[in-house]
Design a protein around this ligand. Structure first.
Ligand code: HEC
Length: 103
């Protein structure tokens, strides 16, 4: 119970308050660099060489900013490379600007 509450609280922080653009505090340029270095290769392997397809496929998993934030955390945890919350914010800013375009 307690863990769930903390997760929801953290997701709320990452996504920014209603009214502001999601991930508005992230730096999309820094996110793009991180993404190219740490994320794209694995996604590309699974999606015929075009890693971007994972974010634009019809049955994509992230369908709102909260879910996107959750996936950033999930993939980061799978990698075990301990990105900081700021890094996740940068990645979110980049992915949202380039692919998801959540308002
Ligand atoms: C070792 C492989 C691997 C790496 C590295 C990886 N991912 Fe993923 N990622 C996946 C797989 C596999 C899925 C799809 C899971 C599914 O469809 O159920 C995924 C899905 C996602 C999604 C959800 C896409 C959707 O469907 O909307 C996001 C967002 C994401 N990854 C972000 C990242 C970010 C950011 C990084 C770098 C910090 C990263 N991933 C690194 C394997 C990886």
């Amino acid at each position: 119970m307690r863990k769930t509450t903390t997760l929801i609280f953290l997701a709320g922080l990452t996504v920014a308050p209603a009214g502001a653009a999601p991930f508005a505090k992230g730096n999309a340029e820094a996110g793009a660099e991180l993404h190219a270095a740490q994320c794209d290769g694995c996604h590309a392997n699974r999606f015929g060489g075009d890693g971007g397809k994972i974010y634009t496929r019809k049955d994509r998993r992230a369908n709102n900013p909260g879910q996107l934030a959750q996936w950033l955390t999930t993939c980061n945890a799978n990698l075990g490379n301990n990105l900081f919350p700021e890094d996740e914010l940068d990645l979110g800013a980049y992915l949202n600007q380039r692919f998801y375009k959540f308002k």
